[in-house]
Design a protein around this ligand. Structure first.
Ligand code: HEM
Ligand code: LAN
Length: 472
């Protein structure tokens, strides 16, 4: 193969490995961040290694990862990597099952529903759900904080984004369906061929069919009653309503099956990402009690002891905001983003040939000493002080408004064409949950949990905390 390489073409340096085909998969799997750091130190910002027969080229740091974030989907392609994982879960006709242009429209339609007006209505709903949930806790005890956050996130997201009907069903059948469907969102589902008769695949597929039916029934019922109402009276505040009523540019509406698929996608998008973020924020606030005290004092100053917070209150909670931002720096839920190389790419004097993957890692970019300085490993929310650039009508933040050097040194929500649309919803949800929690409970635990790298979105190991109700 080497002899076919044209004169002057230089490939990125290759990381050596001992086992053919498997390549570096074992080292990477055991401890991906350490592995990538070591490679960066040895080979520089661009390097290639083999994993399960595929060439993976990592682009490390702000400058190199610009290649991924500025690319077009036709050159570095997302759906060809992600579809095998997401299509069985979300279903056909949405997200990575369709061409990027139509998915772009689905993102635009989603954004049209994720507005400040809606968030103003969501905040009291999230507080109510959280308060109700925390009543189960009693006065003191020990609990699994990650499980608790996962339950709070699914309940509050269902209520806000999918509406009352779905939230009501969550106490019954729907919780198990979510759970089974979610069981299909694993590295195995991604890497193994879909025709394998694995029990987890069958459970996933059955849950998908049942959940689709639950949603399409609700959608059908809504379409019927909507017709009976007068024009204007039917304005809804949830995303199901938005998906049902916002047309594509050509005037067409999504089919009921697509609306149901979007609802599933929306829910799973926030599930792992927001619940791990909310949990890690809690563990950092336990590990250093001063952080918890400051966040609580800010909540009491801004919102008070008993009043329901408003969306405007949340904006004033800058320390809590910075705490979440710093959590997303050190524990970004999505540690790797991947694309297939469809056209040869030039980067820093190297050619990345067609056929492999290009990967970028928020986690690694967020830690580099060159970008973050000598205190890169410290958890310090104050590093973000004065970096707030979000305006009232903006749903995403300016990626460059960070203390890290370079445009892509802080990318927990990605950047460019595939950027996340859920940032503000996630912040609204996490801040409201923590506002409620900090008012009612004191949490404690000395050590930070270790990281479980075997889950697709890295989770805290042994995620228990002690809790004690605050004096009334
Ligand atoms: C994409 C992170 C919550 C919807 C992404 C990407 C990241 C990300 C890194 C880029 C993936 C890539 O480029 O390959 C997060 C984090 C969240 C979060 C850290 C919470 C803390 C949400 C929520 C929603 C959502 C709540 C829905 C309301 C999406 C969508 C995309 C996306 C639609 C676009 C994918 C594409 O265009 O290919 N997210 N996300 N996310 N996320 Fe999120
Ligand atoms: C995810 C979740 C998993 C995640 C990892 C595998 C952890 C990551 O290594 C690569 C990116 C990936 C696959 C990823 C990409 C974008 C997804 C699929 C999501 C963030 C979960 C939801 C999001 C999807 C596009 C949201 C669709 C929402 C709509 C409203 C259509």
């Amino acid at each position: 193969r080497r002899s076919n390489v044209p004169e002057g073409v230089k490939f990125p340096p290759r990381v050596g490995h001992y086992i053919p085909f498997v390549g570096s998969a074992i080292e990477f799997g055991a401890s991906p961040i350490t592995f990538l750091h070591e490679c960066y130190k040895t080979y520089g910002p661009v390097f290639t290694f083999k994993m399960m027969g595929m060439d993976c080229t990592y682009v490390i740091g702000s400058e190199a990862s610009a290649l991924m974030f500025n690319s077009k989907n036709d050159d570095l392609n997302a759906e060809s990597v992600y579809a095998s994982l997401t299509v069985p879960v979300f279903g056909k006709g949405v997200a990575y099952d369709i061409d990027a242009k139509e998915f772009g429209e689905q993102k635009r339609i989603s954004k049209a529903g994720l507005t400040i007006n809606r968030f103003q209505e969501y905040v009291p709903m999230i507080e109510e759900e959280t308060t109700k949930y925390l009543q189960r806790w009693g006065n003191e005890g020990k609990t699994d904080l990650f499980k608790c956050m996962a339950e709070l996130v699914i309940m509050t997201a269902s209520r806000c984004l999918l509406g009352r009907e779905v939230r009501a069903l969550l106490d019954e059948s729907v919780a198990d369906l979510y759970h089974d469907l979610d069981g299909g969102f694993t590295p195995a589902a991604w890497l193994l061929p879909g025709w394998l008769p694995l029990p987890s695949f069958r459970t996933r597929d059955r849950a998908h069919i049942k959940l689709k039916k639950v949603f399409t029934d609700i959608i059908g019922e809504r379409r019927r009653t909507q017709k009976e109402k007068a024009e204007g009276e039917s304005e809804g505040t949830d995303m199901m309503w938005t998906f049902m009523n916002t047309p594509y540019r050509n005037g067409q509406l999504m089919t009921d099956d697509q609306v149901a698929g979007m609802c599933i996608a929306l829910l799973l998008a926030g599930q792992h990402t927001s619940s791990t973020t909310a949990s890690w924020a809690g563990f950092y606030m336990c590990h250093d009690k001063r952080l918890q005290d400051r966040a609580r004092a800010e909540v009491l100053d801004t919102v008070g002891e008993h009043t329901t917070p408003t969306f405007e209150d949340l904006k004033e909670l800058t320390f809590l905001d910075n705490t979440i931002r710093e959590t997303l720096r050190l524990r970004p839920p999505i540690m790797t983003m991947m694309r297939t190389v469809q056209t040869p790419q030039q980067l820093m004097g190297y050619t990345i040939p067609i056929g492999g993957y290009v990967c970028a890692s928020p986690t690694v970019n967020h830690l580099l000493e060159d970008a973050w300085g000598p205190d890169n490993m410290d958890f310090n929310p104050d590093r973000f002080e004065g970096m707030r650039t979000d305006k009232a009508d903006e749903l995403t933040r300016d990626a460059s408004a960070t203390p890290g050097k370079g445009k892509f040194s802080y990318v927990p929500f990605g950047a460019g064409r595939h950027r996340c649309i859920g940032e503000m919803f996630a912040y609204t949800q996490i801040k409201t949950i923590w506002t409620t929690m900090l008012r009612e409970f004191e949490l404690s635990r000395d050590s930070l949990p270790d990281i479980d790298y075997t889950t697709m979105i890295h989770t805290p190991k042994d995620p228990w905390v002690y809790y004690k109700r605050r004096e009334a």
